[in-house]
Write a protein that binds this ligand. Sequence first.
Ligand SMILES: [Zn+2]
Length: 258
Amino acid sequence: MSRNLQLKKIPYGMPGRLVVITALCAVILSGGCRFSKEPPDQIYQVSTFKRLEAGGYGGFVPIKKIAQNGDFGIGTTDGLDGELVVRDGRFWSVKTSGKILSVGSGESSPFAEVKFFKPEITYPVRGMIDKDKLLTEIETRFGSKDAIYAVRIDGVFESVKTRSVPKQTEPYPPLAEVIKNQTVFEAAGVMGSVIGYYFPDDMSGVAVAGWHLHFISNDASFGGHLLGFRINTGTISIDRADSFLMSRPPKTEPATVG
Ligand SMILES: [Zn+2]
């Protein structure tokens, strides 16, 4: 008897299950559509700066995934192989040779910070000014020093000074050691973009507290981790981030973090 009932339940159960699945799909799809139209106003970060400083150079997040979380940012690629700059969705790596290569979606990163760049404030550079003075001026525009800000400066740079670092092999030395072998680049009269972030003091270690900026020229022939500049004509864009999302490194990855 119970066997017969079970057999009878199957044809009735199927349409019911289909209705539930269809309803679930509708809910998921409608939610998905809303999110895909409006990317989150958040910073997405791979690992912590403290970990990178300690020698955590093994890439563990594919560039493809990072690109799904932002079109603007900075970082490095597997093995600390140069300075990563992400501008308008294009990923560039400034090698220690000075060569700038397009980064493939199959490559990976041990540290990166990206965001979908949507500036709330845009204003012109007024007269010749150097990096430190301009950054101090930009900070006066921040509503709060407790938020994270993505900042882009486009223009004609009178002079720019950058650096890049050589690719490392395991066992990885700490970043302070690697920087002793950095290559410094200088250029004059460059059209390009400063790209990077301002993080609040209480995020020190998670990121670089204060400013961390990279540079790329419009023709992608000059760039790197930004050390200094002078600019006369340009545009400053500020995008405040409301939230922060981080991918932690896998537990199995060997690291020299103390
Ligand atoms: Zn950097």
